[in-house]
Design a protein. Sequence first.
Length: 260
Amino acid sequence: MSDDLKVEYSGAVATLTLDRPDSRNAIRLEMYRELPGLLRGIDDDPRVKVLVVRGAGTKAFAAGADISEFREVRADAESARSYNEQVAAAEQALEGMAKPTAAMVHGYCVGGGCGLALACDLRFCDTAAQFAITPSKLGLVYSLESTRRLVDLVGPAQAKWILFSGERVDAQHALRTGLADAVTEPGDLAEEVYGFAELVSGRAQYSVRAAKDIVRRIVAGQRRDDAETTELRNASFDTEDYAEGVRAFLEKRAPEFTWS
């Protein structure tokens, strides 16, 4: 694994850190290449129930793609096509994880960094957070999938404002428009994120992952139950966690779920 990506484990929570603090965690092409396999390993790890994605240090989640590489890795249409495919694969791998994901955003969350944050299920940020998507400042075009994630969160008008202007959006603006899900003081961000991750880790994981799958289907346009969603719901009654949830409720105690 690249020295620029770091994975740590604490109980049922994994943390993936973009670890280039001297460059505000700007994302190199090699990092994008490694992310799909790395995320697949986390998703397959039975120890892990929630993934937190963050940047190293306190200045940035990620200040975007590493533009210093662009003359080499995006020199022309052919190399740019390959580069864009790697970025898309990384974002798809993060968005497609079965397990819940949360972006912990402190400081700058710009361009490619914002792309990764948008691919997470939730975004927690501190009051110093600054979001921006900047293709209009570089003469580039944002992908349809990345734009769709933005529109799903903030709606078409706000998405146009962000993309047309390329300007930064502060934490309170992000919270009002749905780009962020919670805002805290900088010193409280880790407690907020990991407190939520621990809470979700203690819930019935079959329920959590089924809910994520069903929400994804709704966002993609599904409006009626089909055979797969019906089976998801019906199968929950055969899990030990369902039996434990009922027992715990009747015995007036906290449930101890075991499905992983």
